[in-house]
Design a protein around this ligand. Structure first.
Ligand code: NDP
Length: 324
């Protein structure tokens, strides 16, 4: 067998390098599971696209997202996690208790693991306009809770009509001077209760049938040209921040037909645990959480996943001892 074709057998494979994956790695490494973590395409995850993180406990002055992720990686490595740049492109997960799970990395090498912790996260959807893409990090954000504070007392806009958009619009309305909310249909998809919160908030200017024609500004967001999709009438407003809240896509394509997911692709875990429907496979972070989606909640479930993996391995080992 050539060196490249040799299959490695490990105790704990962690897929994903956001706060969930690195926290799982810190705990798994300290429990001597000798975890190997594959970073995926975006090492550091969604936080690397954020500027300042002000709401992670323990950083009184705040910390920028990329630095925080480097520090989390260093902390995971300090206890022996092996962090590898690579994308898991296929998995063959065992249905048996004590079975071996297989993962293919970069369509090339296979790794065999007794436990797998999935922390592949979710990706925020964007509209895809060139002006929106150019100004990401310059006033265009997909997370009001992360970045809203920077627009205190200013005029901002938010796009979307779901629960996230409704919740973020009311969150922003508390901080900002005025929030213009753009909903592309003549109704919102958000729950009635959330809609009521939006319509009863005075400084939210709700615009139905309205889409973005262009985000204005060269280096930073300076305004928005909106278009009414019924009348084609255009209107420009001055804003400093634009929040895109049109949904997230959980990164679960490679687990289809193997792991239980809800109808939007989020992995389903047993309540109060990180256990998926397969033994030895655990899920943590945004890939299994569409409600909270915070770095600190992701880190919390990463910790839970490592503890669940450790307990699972301990149970198997003690069963093996009994039958030996
Ligand atoms: P949703 O998929 O529910 O809503 C997405 C919204 O974005 C819709 O209004 C959709 O419009 C709009 N949209 C999509 N693409 C575009 C586009 N290209 N241009 C303009 N608008 C667009 O996503 P959410 O993130 O809001 O919610 C995801 C799930 O999480 C839901 O099940 C939600 O209930 C849940 N959630 C629950 C919360 C809670 O209970 N507190 C909080 C947050 C989320 P259209 O309707 O026209 O398709």
């Amino acid at each position: 067998m050539s060196e490249e074709n040799k299959t490695e057998r490990i105790k704990c494979l962690i897929i994903g390098s956001g706060p969930a994956g690195y926290t799982a790695a810190i705990y798994a490494a300290r429990a001597d599971l000798k975890p190997i973590l594959y970073t995926g395409m975006e090492p550091g995850g969604q936080l690397t696209t954020t500027t300042e993180v002000d709401n992670f406990p323990g950083y009184p002055e705040g910390i920028d997202g990329p630095t925080m992720m480097v520090q989390l990686q260093q902390q995971a490595e300090r206890f022996g996690t092996e962090v590898r740049i690579g994308m898991v492109t296929e998995v063959q997960l065992s249905k048996e208790v004590g079975g071996i799970h297989k993962a293919c990395v970069d369509n090339k090498t296979w790794v065999e693991a007794e436990t797998v912790i999935i922390s592949t996260g979710a990706t925020a959807k964007y509209l895809g306009l060139p002006s929106e893409q150019r100004l990401r990090g310059g006033g265009v954000s997909a997370c009001a809770v992360c970045d809203g504070f920077f627009y205190k007392g200013q005029d901002v806009a938010i796009v979307g009509g779901g629960d996230t958009a409704a919740e973020e619009a009311t969150y922003l309305a508390n901080i900002c001077n005025k929030v213009t909310m753009l909903v592309r249909k003549d109704e919102m998809r958000a729950s009635k209760a959330m809609q009521h919160r939006v319509t009863s908030t005075k400084n939210i200017d709700l615009r139905y049938n309205t889409e973005i024609d262009e985000v204005l500004g060269e280096q930073v967001v300076e305004g928005l040209r909106m278009v009414n999709n019924q009348t084609q009438e255009k209107e420009e407003i001055a804003i400093t921040g634009l929040f895109i809240a049109i949904g997230h896509k959980p990164n679960t394509d490679i687990f289809k037909d193997q792991l239980e997911m809800d109808d939007t692709g989020y992995l389903i875990t047993e309540p109060k645990t990180t256990k998926t429907n397969l033994p030895g496979v655990f899920a943590s972070g945004d890939v299994q959480d569409k409600d909270y989606r915070q770095a600190v909640t992701a880190a919390g479930t990463g910790c839970m996943a490592a503890l669940d993996a450790e307990r699972y391995l301990a149970t198997i080992e003690s069963e093996e001892e009994v039958t030996a």
